[in-house]
Design a protein around this ligand. Structure first.
Ligand SMILES: N[C@@H](CCC(=O)N[C@@H](CS)C(=O)NCC(=O)O)C(=O)O
Length: 216
């Protein structure tokens, strides 16, 4: 277990769950080290025994900080929020807090796992249609939820963990050629959030492991 002063993020430039954690670090103004885990190279570096010892789920992200090793991006983000100063990533109001969690769960439990690399590799030939179907289905649920909760951001006018989840999920949707314009609230929120510095510096196009041809 690392005892570095700076947190260490084991992630992958294009992983939406790694991007969630990068956004949280950026919003809190926390410096961290990145150790890239290439999900494609050598059949997937997340599948090695060495990485499995770090995360038995064989997924990114993993964060080492404060002498503990954490997987699961939402657990990591909540740990960061509970232990570090800076803007709160979950609202104090219980109703708003619950709304943030609803949005995060729709994305993190109801959409992203169904279009994850490991699942798509099992699906085989129809993987693009599969991913499109489940993203589309998830966004059909998310759009009316967000219509109710959104102000400037996903829940009211304060940034939260819901905003951290939505931008990387829209990025995934665009990769799979889902027309996000069908979902005006999602589209509007994404466009607003993309302009924020913390979302820009953590974007997949500008990470240490971003390949040259995908760099912005
Ligand atoms: N619930 C986990 C999901 C993590 C996850 O699905 N990570 C993906 C990248 S976004 C991964 O490592 N995939 C590797 C694979 O499917 O083999 C989280 O929120 O951290």
């Amino acid at each position: 277990m690392a005892t570095h002063d700076k947190p260490i993020l084991h992630g992958y430039f294009r992983s939406s769950c790694s991007w969630r954690v990068r956004i949280a670090f950026a919003l809190k103004g926390i410096e961290y080290e990145q150790i890239p885990v290439n999900l494609i190279k050598d059949g997937g570096q997340q599948l090695t025994d060495q990485y499995k010892a770090l995360n038995p789920m064989q997924q990114v992200p993993v964060v080492e900080m404060d002498g503990i090793t954490l997987s699961q991006s939402l657990a990591v983000i909540q740990y960061i929020d509970e232990t570090r100063p800076g803007p709160k990533l979950l609202p104090a109001c219980p109703k708003r807090r619950a709304q943030v969690r609803v949005i995060c769960d729709v994305i993190a439990s109801g959409i992203q796992p169904l279009q994850n690399l490991y699942v798509l590799q099992k699906i085989g030939a129809d993987k693009v249609e599969w991913a499109q179907h489940f993203i589309q289905r998830g966004f059909q649920a998310l759009e009316p939820i967000l219509k109710e909760t959104a102000g400037t951001y996903c829940v009211g006018d304060e940034l939260s963990m819901a905003d951290i989840c939505i931008v990387p999920q829209v990025y995934n949707a665009q990769r799979f050629k889902v027309d996000v314009g069908q979902f005006p609230t999602i589209d509007r929120l994404n466009q607003t959030l993309e302009e924020i510095e913390a979302f820009r510096v953590s974007h997949p196009s500008c990470q240490p492991d971003t390949p040259a041809d995908l760099r912005a």
